[in-house]
Design a protein around this ligand. Structure first.
Ligand code: GDP
Length: 358
C-alpha cells in the first residue's frame, strides 16, 4: 500500500557517474536515458537542467521481474548529466558530496586505471556509497549480445568460453577493489550492501545489465538512504551551482541542483560568489522545454517553483560573480544575515577541502 502523505516527503536520490576516461561514463548515461525513453510511455524521463530524472515506474518497466515497485517509496533516480570526478568533487552539499550515491564505471578489459583510483579516493573521502559498473561486457570474444536484457539472462545466452573469460575479468576488478580496501562481489552475491560493494556487469553499448544497475541503485537508496531523503518539501530551498551561464535575455544565470526544500519565483536567495555571497531575488526559474514543443518556442519554460531533487536554471540579477560548486540558499523566514553567514561557512569549508586535496 502506498502512503502518499509519507511518499510526498521523500525526494529523489542524486546519482553521479565517475570513472576513467573512455571507460564509458557518457555512453552509460546516454543508454540509461535512451532505454528509459524507449520504454515508450510519455513522462518516461524528465529532462532537467544538468540532470535527468528517471521515475520509479520507468525503472520498474525496464527492470521487469528484477523489481517489485511496491517495495519502493522513493520516487526514482536523478542522474547528474556531467560525468567525471572533477565535477563530482566540486559539487558539494553541506560539506558532503552533492551526489547521494555514485556509479564507478570500469572497463572490464582495462580494469583499474589512474582515474579509477582517483575516483575511489574521492568516494572514500566523501563517504559516498557506490556500485561498480563493469562496462563493455559485449567486447568479450564470442559474446552473443542480448540488447537491454538483465545480465543473468544475457549470461545464460553465452558460451562457457565467453562466460569464463568475462568471469576472469570481473574477478580481476573485484581483486583491485579489495586492494583499494573495499570488499566487493558480483552484486547478486552481496548480502549486505553496506559492507560490500556490488559489481554489476553490463554494456552501455547493448544495454544488457543496465536494468540490474538501476535496480541495485534503487535498492541501495531505499535501504540505506531513506532517512536522508526525507525532506520538508515546503522548506527553504537549498542547492548547489553546477554552472554559471550567460543566457540571452536573462544575463548571468546559475544552473543549480536543488537537494532540499523548494525555490519559488520571487524568493530572496543567497548564492556563493567569487568575493562574497550574492544576495539577490529570483526573476525566473527555467527548465528545458519538452522536445515536442521546442521547434518554434524558446529553449526554456518558466515554472513558478521547483522542489528537490531537481536541476533548474535560476535567473536573477547580479549573478556574474557566482561560482560553480557554490551553495544556493533561499532566505524565506530567516534573516538575510543568518543565511549569508551560512553560505560563507560552507564556502570556507569547500576552500579548505580543495587546498587539502588538490
Ligand atoms: P567516457 O570518457 O568515460 O565518457 O567514455 P565514453 O562513453 O565516451 O566511451 C568511450 C568509448 O567506448 C566510445 O567509443 C564508446 O562508444 C565506447 N563504449 C562505451 N561503452 C561501451 C560498451 O559497453 N561496449 C563497447 N563495445 N563500447 C563501449
Amino acid at each position: 500500500m502506498t502512503d502518499h502523505t509519507h511518499a510526498d516527503t521523500l525526494r529523489t536520490p542524486i546519482v553521479a557517474v565517475l570513472g576513467h576516461v573512455d571507460h564509458g561514463k557518457t555512453s552509460l548515461l546516454d543508454t540509461i536515458r535512451g532505454s528509459a525513453v524507449s520504454e515508450g510511455e510519455a513522462g518516461a524521463i524528465t529532462q532537467h537542467i544538468g540532470a535527468t530524472d528517471i521515475p520509479l515506474d520507468t525503472i520498474s518497466g525496464m527492470a521487469g521481474e528484477l523489481i517489485d515497485p511496491s517495495d519502493f517509496d522513493l520516487p526514482g533516480l536523478l542522474f547528474i548529466d556531467t560525468p567525471g570526478h572533477h565535477s563530482f568533487s566540486t559539487l558539494r552539499a553541506r560539506g558532503g558530496a552533492l551526489a547521494d550515491i555514485a556509479v564507478l564505471v570500469v572497463d572490464v578489459n582495462d580494469g583499474f586505471q589512474p582515474q579509477t583510483e582517483e575516483a575511489i579516493d574521492i568516494l572514500r573521502r566523501t563517504g559516498t556509497p557506490f556500485v561498480v559498473a563493469a562496462n563493455k561486457v559485449d567486447t568479450t570474444p564470442g559474446w552473443n549480445p542480448q540488447d537491454g536484457e538483465p545480465i543473468q539472462k544475457s549470461m545464460d545466452a553465452q558460451s562457457e568460453r565467453a562466460k569464463s573469460m568475462l568471469d576472469e575479468n570481473l574477478y580481476e576488478i573485484i581483486g583491485q577493489l579489495s586492494d583499494a580496501g573495499f570488499s566487493a562481489d558480483l552484486y547478486w552475491r552481496v548480502q549486505d550492501f553496506q559492507k560490500n560493494i556490488g559489481v554489476v556487469p553490463l554494456s552501455a553499448l547493448t544495454g544488457e545489465g543496465v536494468p540490474d544497475l538501476l535496480t541495485v541503485l534503487m535498492g541501495l537508496s531505499q535501504r540505506f538512504m531513506k532517512e536522508e531523503m526525507a525532506i520538508d518539501v515546503q522548506g527553504p530551498g537549498e542547492g548547489t551551482v553546477l554552472e554559471v551561464k550567460d543566457e540571452r535575455g536573462f544575463g548571468a544565470t546559475v544552473d543549480t541542483v536543488v537537494y532540499d526544500g523548494v525555490i519559488r519565483n520571487g524568493d530572496q536567495i543567497v548564492v556563493g560568489g567569487q568575493n562574497e555571497p550574492i544576495v539577490t531575488e529570483v526573476r525566473a526559474l527555467l527548465r528545458p522545454r519538452p522536445l515536442a514543443e521546442i521547434r518554434t518556442e524558446k529553449e526554456f519554460e518558466k515554472v513558478g517553483e521547483i522542489g528537490a531533487a531537481a536541476g533548474v536554471k535560476i535567473a536573477a540579477p547580479d549573478l556574474d560573480q557566482a561560482m560553480a560548486g557554490a551553495p544556493v540558499r533561499v532566505v524565506r523566514d530567516r534573516t538575510v544575515d543568518e543565511v549569508v553567514e551560512e553560505v560563507k561557512a560552507e564556502l570556507a569549508e569547500i576552500e579548505v577541502d580543495t587546498a587539502e586535496n588538490g
